[in-house]
Design a protein around this ligand. Structure first.
Ligand SMILES: [Zn+2]
Length: 89
């Protein structure tokens, strides 16, 4: 029998099939945020609820923002250092 509770929070209403066609990105995103590698197992739910989907999307945006901002900060520092001491660069 198929288990339909949310794989993440156990909520009963979990309409998203994590292992369904076109949803592979969700499993990859969960891995990139948590380090947890979900794999299909018919004794464990493969579903996710919309609240967890919203939380995942917020976490992905946060992660992306952190990466982009830090990259920009480091580039700005490198530019400043290059102006101050171009011979060191
Ligand atoms: Zn959930």
């Amino acid at each position: 029998m198929r288990i339909l509770n949310c794989r993440i929070c156990s909520r009963a209403d979990a309409p998203i099939d994590l292992f369904g066609p076109g949803n592979g990105h969700l499993v990859r995103q969960i891995h990139s945020i948590t380090g947890v590698e979900l794999s299909y197992n018919n004794e464990i739910s493969g579903q996710m609820c919309t609240t967890c989907l919203d939380n995942l999307q917020a976490a992905i945006k946060f992660r992306h923002r952190c990466i982009i901002t830090e990259k920009q900060n480091l580039e700005r520092i490198e530019c400043r250092l290059a102006r101050i001491a171009p011979q060191i660069q």
